[in-house]
Ligand binder design. Sequence first.
Ligand code: CO
Length: 215
Amino acid sequence: MEQYQQLLRGNKEWATQKIQEDPEYFTRLVNVQRPDYLWIGCADSRVPPNEITMTQPGEIFIHRNVANLVIHTDMNMLSVLQYAVEVLEVKHIIVCGHYGCGGVKAAMSNHSFGMINKWIRHIKDVYRLHETEIKELSTEEDRLNRLIEVNIIEQVFHVAETSIVQQAWKKRQAPQLHGWVYDLHNGIINPLIEVPAGSPLPHAIYQYDNLEGAV
Ligand code: CO
């Protein structure tokens, strides 16, 4: 059997098992998608959102990319965000990064990695904002870990800086924003920051004052 066929075989086993445990499982899922959470996470294969939070299909709306970035011109992320906030009306948005993130590590180096330079360039900008604090740390590992943390916090504010979220805050006093970091060594998620709906932004220049009909 080809290696990839194991995935299809695994899928059949999973579907059979689900029906055995709960004959209505798929019928229920087909009929309604009403997740309370939007998860913006790293594409890293070691950080599967449902598995590490013990949630089921249907519970988390998920967007993943290299180093869990929220870039204000990224149509893919913005489409997910708009749908999650305006149609699904999620209550929480979680940006979850992880220690040992290869994307952040690459951004911290001076090495060129090809096309992905354009993407991780955004992490270099985060580094520049926090350079003084990061440089004070004594080991390379500590510096990398801190950049991973401040990158998550910056991305949470990027979410808050969108007109999509600011409109929702005004309209329904939600969603709440969270920045979490996952530790590959022990499987534990540590919360770094919580931003309740309506919080003032760290930089007022990103606050919109004419949100009616804004995109
Ligand atoms: Co990563």
